[in-house]
Ligand binder design. Structure first.
Ligand SMILES: CC(C)(COP(=O)(O)OP(=O)(O)OC[C@H]1O[C@@H](n2cnc3c(N)ncnc32)[C@H](O)[C@@H]1OP(=O)(O)O)[C@@H](O)C(=O)NCCC(=O)NCCS
Length: 203
């Protein structure tokens, strides 16, 4: 039986690996970009660096980490920190892609790097009612056993205890598994930018 426990320093390499292996709309993204490390540096490692208290992992009986949930309790503040402190440390490794807007020939990696440069506090349309946001990923071996539901519950308990009134997330519109999952665990779909599906929940 796998169990859920709080994130611990030292879990980061496992979280980065899970992020990569689920990053392509829920499927393995290994080799999709020139640099596999980019996914985790944007979508999971900043969260555990800034808010380890809102991160939980799934651990198997033999001690392997096979899933996680991470969150920012105040998305506007988190995005501001990402823009001013986290991402600047990465700018020499991933320089800003040329062209504004990006040329149609731009690579998928260029598009993701451009997204990282564009993240800013105060640009989140769901901030007032649902200030927190999350990312959740389980390796295939851990999916479909109720662990996603339990990770969501663990995070919600932590956010409620901290007085956070609501929670949202943005899924890829192509991620049919995720789009089936969130309503089953109490989230409501909201009008969303093209190619995405936003879900939200009051706490
Ligand atoms: C999406 C994900 C987090 C769901 O977690 P999970 O542990 O597999 O889901 P659970 O077993 O807790 O399922 C909870 C409910 O959602 C439903 N559900 C989960 N995945 C589903 C799927 N792919 N299709 C249909 N229903 C699904 C379950 O049937 C269950 O419903 P019920 O309790 O009413 O019977 C997990 O599958 C995952 O990490 N996928 C790959 C990465 C990913 O897509 N992350 C989300 C990015 S936005």
């Amino acid at each position: 039986m796998s169990h859920i426990r709080p994130f611990r320093t030292g879990d980061e390499p496992d979280l980065a690996d899970i992020c990569l292996r689920t990053a392509d709309a829920g499927a393995d993204a290994t080799g999709l970009l020139d640099d596999d490390d980019l996914w985790a540096e944007i979508f999971v490692l900043p969260y555990v660096a800034r808010h380890p208290e809102f991160a939980f992992v799934v651990e198997t009986d033999d001690g392997r980490v096979v899933g996680y949930i991470v969150a920012a309790p105040d998305s506007a503040a988190f995005e501001e920190w990402f823009a001013t402190e986290w991402w600047p440390r990465h700018q020499s490794r991933w320089p800003r892609p040329e062209g504004d807007p990006l040329p149609v020939s731009a690579s998928r990696q260029d598009g993701i790097v451009r997204y990282a440069y564009a993240r800013r506090g105060g640009t989140q349309p769901f901030g007032d009612d649902y200030p927190a946001h999350l990312h959740i990923d389980l390796l295939p071996e851990a999916q479909g056993q109720g662990l996603g539901r339990r990770l969501i519950a663990a995070l919600e308990d932590a956010l409620r205890a901290a007085g956070v009134p609501g929670l949202h997330l943005v899924a890829s519109a192509e991620n049919t598994g995720a789009i089936a999952f969130y309503p089953r665990v109490g989230f409501t779909p909201l009008p969303s930018p093209e190619g995405t599906q936003v879900f939200a929940k009051r706490l």
